[in-house]
Design a protein around this ligand. Structure first.
Ligand SMILES: CC(C)(COP(=O)(O)OP(=O)(O)OC[C@H]1O[C@@H](n2cnc3c(N)ncnc32)[C@H](O)[C@@H]1OP(=O)(O)O)[C@@H](O)C(=O)NCCC(=O)NCCS
Length: 165
């Protein structure tokens, strides 16, 4: 497996991975393709990584800037994350998360938030302490990793591409 930043030629393959991975999910309105495209168009796709096997893209992860309590200082949001249905549970999703978090650290990020299942994201060090809020989502799904400084308190605002969600 190779993990690398997306290249322009990867865009159709990334769309296919997102469509395939989220097709069966009920908690979404299937806007993931449009969200990633809008992030790219708006210059908000801070980090876009693909997992590749034998030159086929099987997974994708996006990171984009978020504001926390109205402050825009090097906090990022993880998502969407997608692995093709035929190759899930083989470590691709975890590898994408770990690679992405390490890259953010190297960029001097302050922290990263994610909205998702704590049983999956907890293994990477994501934690819900109840201080961060996202709309009316239950607190346990609103998680963060702090790379430096104090854990923040307040509302998370994602890039405008996520208004499509
Ligand atoms: C979530 C997802 C990215 C995980 O990718 P993956 O390559 O299958 O994950 P890995 O193989 O690295 O890790 C698998 C582990 O995650 C767990 N896991 C996978 N999906 C999970 C989920 N939705 N909730 C809880 N745990 C999950 C598995 O139980 C497994 O744990 P185990 O090995 O201890 O049994 C993939 O299942 C996917 O694309 N799902 C559909 C899209 C989605 O829900 N994306 C996340 C929300 S943005």
């Amino acid at each position: 497996m190779l993990i690398r930043p997306e290249a322009p030629a990867d865009e159709p393959a990334i769309d296919r991975v997102l469509r395939d991975a989220f097709a069966a999910r009920s908690h979404t309105n299937h806007a993931e393709v449009a969200i990633v495209r809008a992030l790219r168009d708006h210059g908000d796709l801070t980090l876009s990584l693909v997992a590749e096997v034998s030159e086929t893209i099987v997974g994708h992860i996006a990171f984009s800037p978020v504001s926390v309590a109205g402050r825009h200082d090097s906090w990022f949001g993880l998502g969407p994350l997608a692995v093709r249905t035929g190759v899930q549970r083989q470590g691709f999703g975890s590898a994408l998360v770990r690679y992405g978090l390490e890259d953010l650290r190297l960029r001097d990020a302050i922290g990263c938030v994610v909205l998702g299942d704590p049983r999956f994201y907890g293994r990477f060090g994501f934690l819900s302490d109840g201080r961060l809020r996202y709309k009316n989502l239950p607190a346990r799904f609103v998680q963060r990793i702090v790379f430096r400084g104090e854990p923040p308190t307040g509302d998370i605002t994602y890039a405008r591409a996520f208004d499509l969600a």
